[in-house]
Write a protein that binds this ligand. Structure first.
Ligand code: AN7
Length: 379
């Protein structure tokens, strides 16, 4: 009997493209390798015909894409002798940091905004033994404090300003290209700090610039000295599209936003940390930013769950909400292959889901006749 090789995480899988050595102790929970699901029912509802795939990052070990960056950041922190890590977070980063710190046997300090974090994320950080500092302020206040305190205390910052985070997260682009055999035409993401859109662009760029210096003039990250091998024949990169929630859309305003507000608490961020990188991604890829209202975001979240059985958190649905609008308008043209990243799992934020749900809850006695009638009435 032969066994399929056990999948042991993205560092092991893309080892030659990540900054680890043979002696590095890998702090991994088997992250990455998430499903790229082709939508079957939603495209038929749109005005123009396109192929849409969703990269379901909610199926990472702690339920969000943050695990890709965290396995790298915590692996390097431990290698460099850190005993504690710290982050500010709208929720997912704290859940991920707590888990990887637990795995490594070090301490995680997480700064979260008072009352504006989804229940699932808080539950995770608490169970995983993080020390939670709930601040009277928003994510941006937390981020400022984290940067300040790190020069006064022996803690390693694991927010996406830690360059290892983006290195880990770039592997999502590798996985997509490995599966499709090419880069998609458009890649749509929700944007908060803009770390993830930047990481994807790094990944696509590395894959497009390959082998014997094919396509070197398009790659800004390797100085034309790509040394890697890859399977897929890729010499193209997608157009990158970043969508923000209207109430916290600094990239649309062209300046920082001081009081960000949105139901999508994960992206309630007014001072993005990867501001300059993200503008560069937009320019280099010929892409754009746009914004979605809270109503559009929640409608897309619900549509995805109802029509495809894929449950993501509100922030994640921003990618699909924006993409659907741009497909209908033709800005994303007919015939395109589109990937939307679903950054986090729907179970992260049960309160928002239940609040907007219109699913009929039929109350019946524990009685065969009543159950039967309820079924026949609702067929
Ligand atoms: C589900 O957890 O910033 O543009 O502190 O959790 O790379 O910031 C979360 C961000 C999108 C935005 N979707 O990604 C945090 C945090 C979900 C998220 C984003 C986040 P970036």
């Amino acid at each position: 009997m032969t066994f399929r090789k056990r999948y042991t995480g993205l560092i092991e899988n893309y080892r030659d493209r990540l900054p680890v050595s043979d002696n590095t102790r890998l702090i991994s929970l088997g992250e990455g390798n998430t499903p790229l699901i082709q939508l079957q029912n939603i495209p038929a509802l749109l005005d123009n015909k396109v192929d849409i795939y969703v990269k379901y990052e909610g199926l990472n070990p702690t339920g969000s894409f943050k695990d890709r960056g965290m396995t790298m950041a915590v692996t390097k922190a431990v290698e460099e002798g850190a005993k504690a890590i710290i982050c500010a977070s709208t929720g997912n980063t704290s859940a991920s940091a707590a888990a990887y710190a637990a795995r490594a046997g070090i301490t995680a300090f997480v700064l979260i905004p008072d009352g504006k974090i989804a229940q699932g994320k808080l539950a995770q950080a608490m169970m995983e033994g993080a020390i939670i500092l709930q601040i009277k302020g928003n994510f941006d206040d937390g981020m400022r404090l984290v940067k300040e305190v790190a020069s006064h205390a022996p803690v390693t910052i694991v927010n996406s300003i830690n360059p290892y985070r983006l290195q880990g997260q770039k592997t999502a682009a590798f996985e997509i290209v490995d599966e499709l055999g090419r880069a998609p035409d458009f890649h749509c993401l929700p944007v908060g700090n803009a770390g993830n859109i930047t990481a994807h662009w790094i990944g696509y760029s590395e894959y497009a610039c390959f082998g014997e210096n094919k396509g070197t003039e398009t790659c800004a990250y390797c100085d034309g000295n790509c040394k890697f091998k890859r399977d897929a024949e890729v010499d193209s990169r997608p157009t990158m599209v970043g969508y923000q929630a209207s109430g916290s859309a600094p990239f649309m305003r062209g300046e920082m936003v001081d009081d960000p507000e949105t139901v999508a608490t994960a992206i309630r961020i007014g001072h993005p940390q990867s501001w300059d990188y993200a503008w560069k991604v937009k320019e280099e890829s010929g892409g754009w930013f746009d914004e979605c209202s809270d109503e559009e975001i929640l409608a897309a979240q619900k549509l995805l769950a109802e029509k495809e059985g894929v449950f993501c958190e509100p922030a994640s649905a921003t990618s699909l909400a924006g993409a659907m609008r741009d497909i209908n308008s033709g800005k994303i043209p007919e015939g395109s292959t589109v990937v939307c990243t679903l950054t986090g799992h729907g179970l992260k934020d049960p309160d928002t889901a239940i609040k907007q749900s219109t699913a009929p809850v039929v109350k019946v006695d524990a009685d065969l006749e009543q159950v039967k009638n309820a079924i026949l009435d609702n067929m």
